[in-house]
Design a protein around this ligand. Structure first.
Ligand code: DGP
Length: 109
């Protein structure tokens, strides 16, 4: 049996999460712990534990970037993928963070 996965549950509609965008490949919804005035997660419907494990999925990865750009419309924004524990990944279902509404420093923390 597959491991429980919070994002699989959200994608499957278990909690009635409001989707800001959805198509056949992915959904977008607000992060529960926002790090910026706007903090949206773009999440594939299919379970891939992390970016490294989805490296061959070029079409899907392109879609995630395309949706990231669409959900923030024309505002300046930052896209982040935390891939693995040292990079800060806590949910092991591939997702793209889309952050906007404030200035972001560089280098990131
Ligand atoms: P990461 O640390 O890169 O794996 O990001 C996981 C993000 O997911 C983190 O910013 C908090 C968010 N998150 C975790 N659980 C939930 C949830 O149940 N609902 C929503 N909307 N976001 C969640």
């Amino acid at each position: 049996m597959a491991e429980p996965c919070i994002f699989c549950d959200i994608v499957g509609g278990k909690y009635g999460t409001k989707f800001l965008y959805e198509d056949e490949a992915c959904v977008a919804f607000a992060d529960v712990k926002p790090m910026a005035p706007t903090h949206i997660l773009v999440v594939p419907r299919e379970h891939h534990p992390r970016l490294q494990a989805a490296a061959e999925e070029e079409k899907l990865l392109g879609r995630l970037m395309s949706v990231a750009a669409k959900v923030v419309k024309d505002r300046d924004f930052r896209v982040v993928v935390n891939d693995g524990a040292d990079a800060g990944q806590t949910v092991y279902h591939l997702h793209v963070h889309v952050l906007s509404g404030r200035h972001f420093g560089w280098p990131p923390g």
